[in-house]
Design a protein around this ligand. Structure first.
Ligand code: PGA
Length: 248
């Protein structure tokens, strides 16, 4: 059985002290379990503190929220894969909708980041998803396919072993408007078909966008949905432990 993936995206919350406290509380409440894959995508300044507390808990993986594709150089303000790896990250989000829409990151940049992460032996969690106007115009699947095509480039088969996809409709992020399990499952099935064409059938596909304790079980009950990427509801260690425990 493939593990259910529970990924917390802290966005611009939790400095090193709060991250340490979170990790201590969370690990006291949640035991390691092969049926789960756990991720915390923390602000870059907190990665080291988080990884230090989680040293004895390799089942709770630490990830960056973004990386640059170049390993080093004159890129003021950016973080390379070797830099985040050195402080304990084993993966990163790529192309989160806030990066795409607030910081104008392109499909092509997401592709370079995915490629660089996978080449470095790190996990890439590629985020895709349509905006409200695109959904209303019936463009959901074409937008998601475009983002996947650019994000994955020529990657296929064994290259994809460390890839995860997160489908996050932009209109559902931080808005309290969650996609119905049926809507999400339909997009997941289309993503699965794209991955199958690249021999990547085993790639986990997460849903994200206003996931909380009240709706997570309904989403995860769908066989198309392999996990959840959660922002707001991942910030409190006790509540996050409860959400991670819903599957038993
Ligand atoms: P949300 O964020 O759970 O607060 O909607 C999800 C995300 O942006 O990954």
């Amino acid at each position: 059985m493939t593990p259910t993936v529970y990924a917390g995206n802290w966005k611009m919350h939790h400095g090193p002290d709060a991250a340490r406290q979170f990790a201590r509380t969370f690990t006291s409440l949640v035991k390691a379990d092969d049926a789960r894959e756990l991720w915390l995508f923390a602000p870059a300044v907190s990665l080291g503190a988080l990884a230090e507390v989680l040293r004895g808990r390799p089942d709770v993986r630490v990830g960056a929220q973004d990386v640059h594709w170049e390993p080093k150089g004159a890129f003021t303000g950016a973080l390379s894969i070797p830099l985040v790896r050195e402080v304990g990250a084993s993966g990163a989000l790529v192309g989160h909708s806030e990066r795409r829409h607030l910081f104008r990151e392109t499909d092509e940049e997401a592709g370079r980041k995915v490629q660089a992460l996978l080449e470095a032996g790190m996990t890439a969690m590629l985020c895709v998803g349509e905006q409200l106007a695109e959904r209303e115009a019936g463009e959901t699947l074409s937008v998601v396919r475009r983002q996947l095509d650019a994000g994955l480039g020529a990657l296929r088969g064994a290259d994809l072993a460390r890839l995860r996809i997160a489908y996050e409709p932009v209109w559902a992020i931080g808005t309290g408007k969650v996609a119905t399990p049926d809507d999400a499952a339909a997009v997941h099935a289309a993503i699965r078909a794209e991955l199958a064409a690249r021999d990547g059938l085993a790639v986990p596909i997460l849903y994200g966008g206003s996931v909380n304790l009240g709706n997570a079980l309904g989403l995860l009950a769908r066989e198309e949905i392999d996990g959840v990427l959660v922002g707001g509801a991942s910030l409190d260690a006790e509540k996050w432990a409860e959400l991670v425990g819903i599957g038993g």
